[in-house]
Design a binder for this molecule. Structure first.
Ligand code: 8YV
Length: 309
């Protein structure tokens, strides 16, 4: 009898195919009658693949052994509840580091030189009537990285290639890293030209980029969020971008995405991106493969390639 698993969110075709070859998969995210499906399969489901798994859902699945999250960030999985129930949780680290780091630099350049706006300027025939404004460069500037983890380090390396000075803030100093460490985020924001957010989401980091931090970054400061919308006081950010109290922002993630505060749509000092940090075929394929590898290892009784619980 094949092992029965629940899929909790949309996955790549390659990943769904690999899962279907190995397991009997029930697609919860597509179910017209969600509760009906859960009640029917609950006595047999041993795994969940995908994101968004609450304590409530876990409580309905007495045979649940493992949740294989699609994504490095697992803030939509209640890991405390999983731990309490002896349910393992895995994520998809490392395979997305390069993709996220590349687009971070891309968005920084897009914001510094206002590349999307420049494209619109040409298309709208405005170049025929005048010059595009002179803007800024990355070289010579200081970037503060909030969260010098695996992706943060890849961003740091690429920022150095852009001739930027790198400093960082995180839970603790990493003595092996060559960059200056700030134990205070506001102090770092005051000293940098760019603040790049690449720390995990979840309760521990909610709104840590507060109004006070944004004020410290100031009217010349540039903000880049590649992590989760929850890390920023979004209301303060929108207000400050509109008033000029904050210089600019390149945003890949939002508090209630795909809903984006409409006030941002009219602002010229903002570059918006639809949560596409890891969104390349190559990287999403690798993330999907890691979801499958974790499940296979679990059911073979082998060590999990990337366990978080
Ligand atoms: C998402 C991400 O997983 O890995 C993460 O934490 O934010 C992304 O790679 C992706 O949006 C999944 O759909």
């Amino acid at each position: 009898m094949p092992i029965e698993i629940l899929q909790s969110s949309k996955l790549l075709d390659s990943c769904e195919k690999a899962l279907a070859e190995r397991y009997t998969v029930y697609k919860l995210h597509e179910a017209a009658d969600r509760e009906g499906l859960i009640a029917e399969v609950a006595p047999r489901v041993r795994a969940i693949a995908g994101a968004h798994v609450s304590a409530e859902l876990m409580a309905k699945l007495p045979k649940l052994e493992i949740i294989a999250n699609f994504g490095v960030g697992y803030d939509t999985i209640d890991t405390a509840a999983a731990k309490a129930r002896n349910v393992r949780v895995t994520n998809t680290p490392n395979v997305l580091n390069d993709a996220v780091a590349e687009i971070t630099i891309g968005l920084m350049l897009a914001l510094a030189r206002r590349i999307p706006q420049a494209d619109r300027f040409v298309r709208e025939g405005k170049w025929l009537k005048g010059q595009y404004p002179l803007l800024t460069e990355l070289n010579g500037k200081t970037v503060g990285i909030l969260g010098l983890g695996r992706i943060g380090k890849e961003i740091a390396m690429r920022a150095q290639a852009m001739k930027m000075r790198v400093v960082y803030h995180g839970r603790k100093r990493q003595p092996k890293e060559p960059f200056v460490y700030y134990d205070d985020l506001t102090a770092m924001a005051r000293d940098v030209d760019w603040l790049v957010i690449i720390a995990p989401g979840g309760k521990g980091t909610e709104k840590i980029v507060s109004r006070k931090v944004l004020e410290a970054l100031g009217p010349e400061g540039m903000l880049v969020n590649m992590a989760r919308g929850t890390l920023i006081d979004e209301v303060a950010m929108v207000e400050m971008l509109a008033s000029g109290a904050l210089g600019g922002a390149a945003l890949d993630v939002f508090e209630k995405e795909p809903q984006v505060p409409e006030a941002l749509f009219t602002l010229d000092n903002v570059v918006l991106s639809p949560h596409q940090g890891s969104a390349t075929v190559q990287t999403r394929d690798a993330m999907g493969a890691l979801v499958v590898e974790n499940l296979e290892a679990h059911f073979a009784g082998e060590p999990l390639p990337s366990a978080v619980v």
